[in-house]
Design a protein around this ligand. Sequence first.
Ligand SMILES: NC(=O)C1=CN([C@@H]2O[C@H](COP(=O)(O)OP(=O)(O)OC[C@H]3O[C@@H](n4cnc5c(N)ncnc54)[C@H](OP(=O)(O)O)[C@@H]3O)[C@@H](O)[C@H]2O)C=CC1
Ligand SMILES: CC(C)(CO)C(=O)C(=O)O
Length: 339
Amino acid sequence: MAGGETAVLVVGGGAIGGVIAALLEGTVGRVVVLDPAAEHVARMRDPGLRVGLDGGERVVRVVRLDARARAQELDEDFDLALVTVKAAHLEAALTPLAAAGVARAYVSLGNGLVHDRIGALVGEDRLIVGVVEWGATNLGPGRVARTSPGGFVVGEPDGRVRDRTRLLAGVLAAVGPVKMSENAVGTVWSKLLVNSTMSALGAASGLLTGEVLADADGRRAAVGLWREGCAVAAASGVRLEPVWGEDPVALVAGDDAGARLQRTFAPVAGTKASMLQDLERGARPEVAVINGAVAARAGELGVPAPLNARVAEIIEAIARGERAGGRDVFVTIARRRET
Ligand SMILES: NC(=O)C1=CN([C@@H]2O[C@H](COP(=O)(O)OP(=O)(O)OC[C@H]3O[C@@H](n4cnc5c(N)ncnc54)[C@H](OP(=O)(O)O)[C@@H]3O)[C@@H](O)[C@H]2O)C=CC1
Ligand SMILES: CC(C)(CO)C(=O)C(=O)O
């Protein structure tokens, strides 16, 4: 089937889903966006979703989209459903779609360990695994912005490229470069390392990635979290993919691990983690499927991951308003590493 005839459902028209939908519009047979926010849906339909493509307001496209607020309004037979809701909304979003048999394949595009959960909701044979390698911001009803360039990695849970994997790769090429991987699950875990270390420490401290890694205690905490993630991935039988061209295990093997992490992440030093953005606007951070998932998997496998458990507790406490974030969390975490 040519990508030009493909029907694509975007589940969640926020930062990532909105940018994807706008850039897909006109390149495939049909794009429909499902999102429960009535005002956002109305604006996506008319005058159209306003998408900043340069992180700001200089390069803007306004794209009218076929947006719907309720799953019951979807009568189409979709080839692909791109799942771009935050982890807390997966069950609510996907249960009605799976029950109505709305799509032939569902593509997991969220951060964290969510693909197995999506597979359980929609049927494992309908799951394709993906990773988004670029950033975007939700600017409120009818407005999103892409904040960095980049593409996607996609693949099948069993690693075997199928026709539907090629179809997906062809479709997403309108948004950014797509790599088809035989180890997409390894790519998910490598991104999990980044999120469970850099995003978590950014969220807990209120700092940008570069500021976390410029702090000696921040670097020690980062090395500890990263090493735990590598150990849990190894115990899970996952082969990690390179992060910024570096083997993630070798990166933190030596005494200079902190300095190497700092050098590796220098190009993205200015990144504000999406979990920190969630905390700042009072939204629930996705820490349960990031550090919480690393700690839970570690518990099942009998591998220690106390730093991931601790940072998850800290971020949940900040989200509940029970404590403030700040640099002091680095010392708390680094101390935990020594005990
Ligand atoms: N933003 C980024 O830079 C990156 C994000 N990611 C990941 O992508 C995923 C999406 O993130 P992001 O786009 O930033 O999040 P957003 O919150 O901007 O977008 C999610 C959208 O889903 C909507 N939604 C909520 N419930 C449902 C539902 N039941 N059915 C359909 N839509 C629903 C939300 O509506 P409402 O707001 O009303 O709840 C929101 O518009 C996350 O897992 C994130 O970690 C990955 C890489 C980078
Ligand atoms: C862009 C990146 C990798 C930054 O930590 C991210 O995924 C996030 O903030 O959620």
